[in-house]
Design a protein around this ligand. Sequence first.
Ligand SMILES: [Zn+2]
Length: 309
Amino acid sequence: MSDVRQHADDIHEQFSDHLDVDVEDVEERLTTLVDEYKVPMDEARRSVTNHYLEEAGLEREDISSGDSEAATIEEVDEPEEWIDLTAKVIELWDPRSDSVAQVGLLGDPTGTIKFTKWAKSELPALEEGGVYELRNVVTDEYQGRYSVKLNSTTVIEERDEDLEVGNDTSEIEGALVDMQSGSGLIKRCPEEDCTRVLQNGRCNEHGEGEGEFDLRIKAVVDDGIDAHEVIFDKDATEDLTGLSLEEAKDMAMDALDTTVVADEIRADIVGTYYRIEGPTFGRYVLADDVEELDGPADAEELLIKARSM
Ligand SMILES: [Zn+2]
């Protein structure tokens, strides 16, 4: 069987329950892209798959790739991969949207990863502390942060055993040396499942929108050896600054300008020493536990450590 035919077969298989389409039709579309337009095969596959998704009125999560492979959380480094995970539910969070049935954090011996379970997938509820074999979940990436989506093709099997969860949390001790743009009082896209930060009132995906206010800090913390990018979510920002989202909104309203909030926060935190602990997501550390320090905890020790590296 030719390479193109094999890929066509794969795609055809994915849509066999959803569309009345010939494998020849799939093959022809692939061939056109690859031969005439010189599109690389994986891109051609994506494009042809998208075409049929649209035709069937489906989301990518609705179709199975049919060839998910067992993986560990540490191995997740690509979006849109179909994998099988055995993981423990470490935490369940409150879904931000009705389309999400459950959202939270999964862990295995190699690390932790966020998961989202769609409401329309009608999967059984996962319980905090439960260990599950999750077959056919699809990976996703947003701003260097990976997650997995449980979808209507996912098979969940509860395991009657405990699973040790690897510690991929970071602890950083150092000076907060910079606060990046996109910090302070921000607006997020109100579209379901989006929550992207609006830039000049626009969402990259959904265009102009009203947006919902949120508080966030993206900071750079220097531990004397490396600079780490740390994200403080609303709760962490409120804890760190003592400024609540409501107070921040009032400040911005009085000044007719949202940037006053970032300015105030910047003045408050830049140059301060912190000990920050939290999970690592891609290049970011999410500030979970923050303690303000008087100064360099032990400048001498840091220096010796720096020299030895
Ligand atoms: Zn959006």
